[in-house]
Design a protein around this ligand. Structure first.
Ligand code: PHE
Length: 554
């Protein structure tokens, strides 16, 4: 489709969409977070649980998002506005619960929370499901504001690696250098600005010439670098211990908490719950197979997450460092590991380029959600929307950048928040992260599956998916798996067990319940973790490195 302002741009084909969406999904979550949470939660056992979560929740919800996007050809707000029913009893019920909760909170003099909950409840009555789309756009602002700060660190570390400044002899030196780096406002804001500028430049060019073109260049680069790093790591003497640590299943380390971590991470890693994938889905043509695209994106995302661990742990073990350091793994342990390997500066440079590439293709998808909203709904030009909101997010992110470790630099904002909400956990950076990752994404995912399952209806969704994929809805699952879908005897139209029917059950029942349980647990209203996770883990065999910094965890 052409670039005319009236016609909506589309991907040039299936590959363009898959690579762009995989680019959104593959990000810091895969390369930085997945390896260390796997390391901390039982290696292979955790990988199994994670695979289960993405199959049961990730695939169905992603298919919902892509289907909503392609059907409506709109940004998340426009999509829900188009499909929002005039009256929704479910929405009214949710609104009523929130209004009641708001009033109860006010009665207990929780003014900030009370007003916020009451206001949101009333908004549910006014806007209905459109609010879910709005939540996505707001989440885009919040996530990109802290994500681009961490991405900025990768810009800075790429630079430092090239300049040979990451030559740390031991972990404490690396930690001190990292600590000094992230609190230096010039570095933090400067690097964050460079990253935002790159995002703006790509999104500015549009869907095909910007996002698709760059995803097609950057994703193979990312893959190539990962393979090179894996080969380098695995060929170091003593590397196999790392593979064993990473992948051998240790079910004793698996707690209920690990399962919830896996579920939460599945959302973040697949970019679900805030409309990024929905927005990308809105540029997909009608002839494309949505189910296979979904599977490809999920498989690529998981593959890269697994490969990232294989690129790191063998090298960490080979050089005798402790792998269980949590968030500090990438910025503290790895540079030290590389410093002990021949041509370390080169390896460190390509590693940080890898991280930057991964972050960039995710960053552009976050900016695209905001841009698409202002282009579709407010009739702004793409250029104006990209530049204006790129700058707004840069400013919001600058607040995160200067307050990564605490509120010293933002005392006024801190006072206002404390006066309104009673107390604030963590820094401004943590507040943004917590708000987006623990509240907005799970709630967004929950409401998206409820909306498709119960309001818009699986029937209409399946009609949309059918375009481009008959096998999804019209072929008996058993015949499909057996390769007999074209056999006349197996083509009885009364067949009911199809991929579509399975998906419908997941979307209506399993995904919402699982997400709700995980959400209630994260916000502390349901504590499933106490009994099982009570015994402290045995001390690791290798010398324990410094505890990881809480505040660097998006
Ligand atoms: N999926 C990205 C990652 O793994 C983060 C992201 C979340 C991107 C939500 C877009 C939307 O790093």
């Amino acid at each position: 489709m052409a670039n005319e302002s009236s016609a909506r741009e589309h991907w040039s084909g299936g590959l363009g969409f898959i690579l762009a969406a995989a680019g959104s999904a593959i990000g810091l979550g895969n390369i930085w977070k997945f390896p260390y949470i796997t390391g901390e939660n039982g290696g292979g056992a955790f990988v199994l649980v994670y695979l289960l979560c993405i199959t049961v929740i990730g695939v169905p919800v992603m298919l919902c998002e892509i289907t909503l996007g392609r059907h409506t050809q709109r940004n998340p707000v426009g999509a829900f506005r188009m499909l929002n029913p005039p009256v929704s009893r479910l929405a009214h019920l949710i609104g009523l619960c929130m209004v009641t909760l708001g009033l109860v909170l006010l009665a207990f003099r929780e003014w900030g929370w009370g007003v916020a909950t009451l206001g949101l409840g009333l908004a549910v009555f006014k806007y209905g499901w459109v609010l879910v789309g709005g939540l996505g756009v707001v989440a885009g602002f919040c996530i990109l504001s802290f994500y681009s700060v961490v991405a900025g660190w990768t810009v800075g570390y790429t630079w430092k690696a090239m300049a040979g400044q990451l030559n740390f002899t031991d972990i404490p030196t690396a930690e001190a250098a990292f600590g000094a780096f992230i609190v230096d406002p010039w570095w933090a804001i400067g690097c964050h600005a460079v990253f935002m500028l790159l995002c703006i430049l790509i999104v500015y060019r549009g869907v095909r010439a910007g996002i698709e073109r760059w995803s097609k260049i950057l994703m193979p680069v990312l893959f190539g670098i990962l393979v090179v790093l894996i080969v380098r790591g695995l060929t170091l003497p003593g590397a196999m211990a790392g593979v064993q640590f990473y992948l051998s299943p240790d079910f004793s380390k698996l707690t209920t908490n690990s399962i919830l971590i896996a579920l939460g991470h599945a959302f973040f890693s697949l970019s679900l719950g805030m409309g990024a994938i929905m927005t990308y889905g809105s540029y997909v043509g009608k002839n494309q197979n949505l189910f296979l695209s979904t599977l490809s994106i999920v498989v690529l995302d998981t593959l890269v997450a697994l490969m990232a661990g294989l690129a790191m742990f063998p090298a960490v073990f080979a050089k005798g460092f402790n792998p269980a350091v949590g968030p500090g793994l990438v910025f503290q342990v790895l540079p030290t590991v590389f410093a002990h390997i021949p041509f370390g500066a080169f390896w460190a440079t390509i590693f940080f380029i890898l991280l930057l590439v991964a972050a960039l293709t995710s960053g552009i998808s976050l900016l695209e959600v905001v841009t698409a909203y202002f282009v579709d709904e407010r009739k702004w030009t793409r250029h104006r929307a990209t530049v204006v909101f790129g700058i707004v997010i840069f400013l919001l992110g600058s607040l995160c950048a200067i307050s990564v470790t605490g509120w010293e630099r933002l005392p006024r904002l801190h006072d206002v928040l404390v006066a309104t909400f009673g107390s604030v956990k963590g820094s401004f950076f943590d507040v943004m992260d917590n708000l987006a990752s623990n509240w907005m994404l799970p709630l967004g995912g929950l409401f998206i599956s409820l909306f498709v399952g119960w309001i818009w209806g699986t029937k209409r969704a399946v009609d949309e998916i059918r375009q481009g994929s008959h096998n999804f809805a019209d072929v008996h699952l058993i015949s499909l798996l057996a390769g007999l879908k074209d056999d006349p005897g197996h083509n009885d139209p009364r067949h009911v067990i199809t991929l579509a029917s399975l998906w419908g059950i997941f979307i209506r029942f399993i995904s919402p319940v699982a997400v709700l349980i995980a959400f209630l647990n994260t916000i502390g209203w349901l504590d499933l973790t106490k009994k099982k996770s009570a015994p402290p883990p045995p001390p690791p065999a290798i010398e324990q490195a410094e505890p990881a910094q809480e505040s660097v965890e998006p």
